[in-house]
Design a protein. Structure first.
Length: 318
């Protein structure tokens, strides 16, 4: 277990990412399977669930978590986010203080709880200074509705600005073996300020999980195809890279996904990997990462393979 910075909240370093279970960009997901996936995460020692107000058009992700944890609230750490909602099936950013507070109340109701352990501003709203949004988070803290504060999809400047009002406990950027921009500025800043970093897309939306074959035909409804890393030459290069990971995984006797999550969790300054899953067997696999570690020699080989591959074209989710 690890701690959320400057709190006594203990979390499993492998977290359950609760976006795929709503099935907006992940296909062939049923509610029954999603509930089973959440239960499997808990059964395998994952106590940290990452969701958001906008996960599901009607907050389905928060509602499902509420169902699963109803009689286990003290065993689970819930992270949610406000500041993005759906309008005509498009995501809209709204970081105004009154919106942040109203959405938090709705999230509490959907989750069936009196408090959220970690609550994030999902993304900065270009129309609202982040210091104004920060004021709303301070009020939620003071009212005991949230226990700690996070920000997501922020630049270094936005982190610094938000911190003039409230130093967040957590920063949530995207980060994985091939998308490591935060290492140059935000990661060192977080280390210096004692801000935990919880990363999304550790498996690069499944590409680094090693199960998608080179000749995989994406279903037209699968939201991943719009990203360059799943297309043409980039896809081929990524598959070459994953082939190297497959070799290391075979040696360790663990899956490629576990190798990738393991590497992520051994990076200095990374507190947790938010691993999305849409099937129980996926989160069971990911949870097993917590039972072993890569050797230094394996990490060096992975780092060499990453250097040979080179960084890829990268853009945040929102
Ligand atoms: N703050 C933000 O703006 C933001 C943005 C994005 C995500 N997030 C958070 O971060 C979490 C992670 O992001 P993500 O879910 O988009 O991507 P991810 O964790 O990189 O990849 C998840 C996908 O990988 C595949 N997968 C997972 N475990 C696997 C395994 N063991 N074996 C084989 N395949 C496996 C599944 O896809 P298939 O089965 O379909 O191949 C799954 O849907 C989200 O769930 C959410 O909580 C936050």
């Amino acid at each position: 277990m690890r701690l959320i910075a400057r709190t006594e909240i203990q979390i499993s370093p492998v977290a359950m990412g609760c976006w795929p279970i709503v099935g907006i960009t992940s296909i062939n997901v049923t509610k029954q399977q999603s509930l089973e996936t959440l239960r499997a995460a808990l059964d395998r020692g994952i106590n940290f669930f990452d969701t958001a107000y906008c996960y599901g058009y009607e907050g389905e992700s928060e509602r499902m978590i509420g169902r699963v944890v109803a009689d286990k609230r003290d065993q689970i750490v819930i992270a949610s986010k406000g500041g993005i909602h759906w309008q005509d099936r498009q995501q809209v950013k709204d970081g105004r203080p009154e919106t942040i507070k109203r959405e938090c109340e709705e999230s509490l109701q959907r989750l069936g709880t009196d408090f959220i352990d970690l609550h994030y501003l999902h993304a900065p709203d270009p129309q609202v200074p982040v210091t104004e949004s920060a004021g709303a988070f301070q009020e939620l803290l003071d009212a005991g509705k949230i226990r700690s504060v996070g920000v997501s999809n922020f630049t270094l400047e936005q982190l610094q600005e938000f911190s003039t009002v409230l130093l967040p406990n957590v920063y949530q950027p995207h980060y994985n073996m091939l998308q490591r921009e935060i290492e140059t500025d935000r990661l060192p800043w977080c280390l210096e300020k004692d801000v935990s970093v919880m990363v999304y897309w550790p498996l690069m939306k499944g590409l680094l999980a090693g199960k998608l074959k080179r000749d995989h035909q994406f279903d037209p409804r699968d939201g991943r195809q719009k990203y360059p890393m799943f297309q043409g030459e980039e896809w081929e290069k990524n598959q070459d890279f994953v082939d190297e990971l497959r070799e290391i995984a075979a040696e360790t006797g663990h899956s490629v996904a576990q190798v990738v999550i393991n590497w992520t969790l051994q990076r200095p300054g990374i507190t947790a990997a938010l691993c999305g899953a849409k099937r129980p067997e996926q989160i069971i696999d990911n949870a097993q990462t917590m039972s072993w570690e890569l050797t230094n020699e394996q990490i060096t080989r992975i780092d060499d393979a990453i250097r040979d591959r080179g960084p890829i074209v990268s853009k945040a989710a929102v």
